[in-house]
Write a protein of this length. Structure first.
Length: 303
């Protein structure tokens, strides 16, 4: 950011998240000011395309704002980033201009862990809250393959986050704040995300996160990078999906009935069992030759 009240000692990945917020806001402000080209013969498709682009940028910006607040970045810092972006100021890619290529690669891989661990927490929170909603609807039916794919996606993301963290020797200090480690941390995640969604918003995100392309993309990335998550040991271990489900359930119960804290909800336990398959299964050779892909979220949900 060109101007900010951020403390000097914030983790570098915090700063990069704020820069992404600022730049998305700046991009949207630029397109908004430019408007759409008006000329004879144009149809309303021109206006529709312009408005769609604005909406996509706004959605991406809000997703990262949610992520930033969920991992503990202050509302003041997020507000500063948005204000500067709305005024048209983009964050410089490299303020000092001295970053080495190796440092750039490590930054990208660190951000990959940041995004994967956030997506895992977001998915865990959405899934538990959705299950709670479904308990009140006895007439709800769904294809059992969808929650099974959701589970596979979480397992794949956890494997990639763990493998990349190992590859860059992610330290406990660097990992601090990347994922919730206690009930307070999960309350922060819930307050920034699921607490703000209506049931329709929860369902939309849950189904987007159940897209089979998520796991397929993760496996291609790991195959191309020749990473085997089954042989990784991380200094600051990332909680696996089942553990996250337990932690979310406990966080939801604290404040409603403290005596129930720590008791696993059987409906959640059934939704993602302790036997979740976290084994690494490389893709067939034909798929492994595909180039590495970006680690984006499913359509409509950027992380």
């Amino acid at each position: 950011m060109t101007e900010s009240n951020r403390p000097a000692a914030v983790p570098a990945w915090h700063t990069r998240l704020l820069d992404r917020i600022q730049n998305l806001a700046a991009d949207r402000a630029r397109i908004l000011r430019q408007g759409y080209r008006m000329s004879d013969g144009d149809t309303d498709a021109v206006v529709l395309a312009w408005r769609t682009q604005l909406q996509l940028l706004a959605t991406s910006r809000e997703e990262i704002v949610t992520q930033a607040l969920a991992v503990g970045i202050s509302q003041i810092d997020v507000g500063d980033a948005l204000l500067l972006g709305h005024q048209g100021f983009r964050a410089p890619v490299d303020t000092a201009g001295t970053a080495e290529p190796g440092d750039r690669v490590r930054e990208m891989m660190t951000d990959s862990v940041v995004n994967d661990t956030w997506q895992l927490q977001h998915m865990a929170a959405i899934h538990v809250v959705r299950d709670h909603h479904l308990l009140t609807d006895a007439h709800y039916f769904q294809d059992p393959q969808i929650p099974a794919q959701f589970e596979r996606n979480m397992a794949a993301l956890w494997m990639r986050a763990t493998a990349v963290a190992q590859a860059i020797s992610l330290s406990a200090e660097e990992a601090a704040g990347m994922w919730a480690t206690d009930t307070r941390g999960w309350h922060q995640v819930l307050a920034a995300s699921v607490d703000r969604y209506d049931p329709g918003g929860v369902e939309e995100r849950w189904r987007a996160f159940a897209w089979q392309g998520i796991a397929e993309r993760v496996h291609r990335d790991l195959a191309v990078l020749r990473m085997d998550p089954s042989h990784t040991e991380v200094l600051a271990p990332i909680p696996n999906p089942h553990t996250m489900f337990e932690q979310v359930t406990q966080a939801l119960r604290v404040g409603v009935d403290d005596s129930a804290a720590g008791v696993m909800d059987p409906t959640v336990d059934a939704a993602l069992s302790a036997d979740t398959d976290l084994r690494w299964e490389p893709l067939p050779a034909s798929d492994a030759n595909a180039g590495p892909t970006a680690t984006n979220s499913p359509p409509g949900a950027e992380i």
